[in-house]
Write a protein of this length. Structure first.
Length: 367
């Protein structure tokens, strides 16, 4: 383990790995501290859907910026790491399962049609059944979006980390235990009996970010939200699109059909898969694709997402502490937002400013 690094990043999920990759690309010496293993938590279990058309409001610009960077990075990451991202391009279809849902979805279709680079159409039930005959007959219409991207989230995290290592990033499987300051500037981090001196420190601790507030003497309002995904036997013929309604149903490159995802608050850090979540996902999935009733469960996973009181991420400097940065609170959008967050934090560390739209997502909004 190095005794000195330009930047130390605490957290080796997709956010920490993306920041490390960007900083190393700018020639910085970077050390990543990961208590467990890269991609061992939410980053390794996410659905892996990249569909920026569903972003609205304050997050819309950031999501679209991140999507553009995703498209630039995928080929490069696979080449530099040797890891297959299991990329798939497929249509996305949003189902109206009640007549009352039709006006809102038609309005959504009109909104998407105004976006640059995306094709959308309103489908009457007969058109949806031509596209996928197994969709429920209890259908009142659907929004079709062409060419969304599906990838393997664990492989993306691993590829990003390994590409960062190829650029000289050191990944240390150890826990940070203390931050060292000189006046109001961070100068190092304690790891067991060792210390790493640094000019900048980035906290990318996901759902564990709240505990870091003790180091900073600042409240970091992050709590864990439990999310679960069920994977069942693959459909035959293969389901060639991403179906969304009460949940997501998609047949991924592993051949399995994924049903995603539940959200449950106030569970602490419990990652035990629950019967309640399985029943919910099964019921929701079968409501859209009744054939799923005959498909056996293969794997059920649970993980913790980092969420804030207002539902938006925390990205930027830690107020009053020079050289300290934070990136957390992405909820269920860590995979989607990681490239933009990686660039934004790298820009702030190396240049002091960024063109990425993070101005409204600072920690200071909770002061």
């Amino acid at each position: 383990m190095r005794s000195q690094s330009d930047v130390v990043i605490v957290g080796g999920g997709i956010i920490g790995s993306s920041i490390a990759y960007r900083l190393a690309s700018e020639g910085m010496d970077v050390t990543v501290l990961e208590r467990d293993s890269v991609g061992s938590h939410a980053s390794g279990f996410a659905l892996g859907l990249l569909n920026p058309t569903n972003a609205t409001g304050e997050l819309e610009r950031l999501v679209h910026q991140s999507h553009d960077i995703h498209l630039e990075l995928h080929g490069r990451l696979q080449e530099e790491s040797g890891v297959d991202l299991q990329l798939q391009t497929m249509p996305h279809i949003e189902l109206a399962l009640a007549e009352s849902e039709v006006p809102e979805l038609k309005s959504e279709c009109e909104r998407i049609s105004r976006l640059t680079g995306f094709k959308t159409a309103w489908l009457e039930p007969e058109d949806a059944w031509k596209l996928e005959p197994r969709i429920t007959r209890d259908l009142f219409g659907a929004v079709l979006v062409e060419d969304v991207i599906m990838l393997d989230s664990y492989n993306l995290t691993l590829a990003t980390a390994q590409a960062a290592e190829a650029l000289g990033v050191e990944i240390v499987l150890a826990e940070a235990t203390e931050i060292h300051y000189e006046k109001d500037r961070v100068v190092g981090v304690r790891v067991g009996q060792n210390r790493i001196d640094c000019d900048a420190l980035v906290l990318a601790l996901g759902p564990w970010s709240g505990a870091a507030g003790v180091w900073l003497d600042v409240d970091i309002p992050i709590v864990p939200q439990k999310g679960e995904i069920a994977r069942v036997e693959g459909l035959d013929p293969v389901l060639g699109l991403h179906v969304h309604g009460p949940c997501s149903v998609v047949q991924k490159a592993d051949g399995l059909t994924w049903l995603a995802a539940t959200r449950k608050d106030n569970t602490g850090f419990d990652v035990t898969p629950s019967n309640e979540a399985l029943e919910t996902l099964s019921e929701q999935g079968m409501r859209m694709l009744p054939e799923l009733d005959s498909h056996r469960l293969v794997l059920q996973t649970a993980c913790m997402r980092p969420v804030t009181p207002d539902g938006f991420p925390i990205i930027g400097r830690v107020p009053g502490q020079k050289g300290m940065f934070i990136a957390t609170g992405t909820g269920g959008q860590g995979i989607v937002l990681a490239p933009a967050i990686g660039k934004a934090i790298s820009d702030l560390v190396t240049a002091g400013e960024t063109e990425i739209d993070i101005g409204r997502f600072g920690l200071e909004r909770f002061a």
